[in-house]
Design a protein around this ligand. Structure first.
Ligand SMILES: [Zn+2]
Length: 170
């Protein structure tokens, strides 16, 4: 297992539409292990494969770690089954946008179908933070980012700060 380097916006891999996982082999297991370890190391609630530079449909989420009871969800090839009509506005961040937090409106509940690391199907309904994290990470698989949910003004402010950060790093 290894903590992988995070891809930071505007890295083009973050805008790719990710390809489905077809082999449930050692390579996938390594990817999921690395996703989990990298998410915990960077104190994120979720991490999608493109965020470590691998544009495939795999992600991890753990919204319970802060309560001292980690529950790692490994999600492969997820499909949205249903979202609640009720929505909730909540603060959201992303490991590909260091120190950026913005309010985003999301469905309160989500049901999804996915595969586990062995290719076995499972289904999950999540609410609140879990629904938010799952929807945020699933967006990543479509090359969609949380700033896409913001107003044009807010988004341009984030983009400006990210460019500044990029200049400072280079
Ligand atoms: Zn993210």
């Amino acid at each position: 297992m290894a903590v992988r380097k995070l891809r930071i916006h505007p890295d083009p891999v973050l805008r790719e539409r990710c390809t489905p996982v077809t082999s449930f082999d050692q390579e996938l297991h390594q990817l999921l292990d690395d996703l989990g370890e990298s998410m915990y190391a960077h104190k994120g609630l979720g991490l999608a494969a493109p965020q470590i530079g691998v544009p495939v449909r795999a992600l991890v989420v753990d919204v319970d770690q802060r309560e001292g009871a980690p529950r790692l969800l490994e999600v492969v090839n997820p499909e949205l089954v249903a979202t609640s009509p009720e929505t909730v506005v909540g603060e959201e961040g992303c490991l590909s946008f260091p120190d950026e937090f913005e309010k985003v409106k999301r469905p309160l509940r989500v049901t999804l179908r996915a595969l586990d690391r062995h290719g076995q199907p499972w289904e999950l309904t999540g609410e609140g933070m879990l629904a938010r994290a799952l929807l945020h990470e699933m967006d990543h698989l479509e090359g969609k980012l949380f700033i896409d949910h913001l107003s044009r003004l807010k988004r341009s402010l984030v983009e400006r700060r990210m460019r500044k950060l990029q200049r400072a790093a280079s």
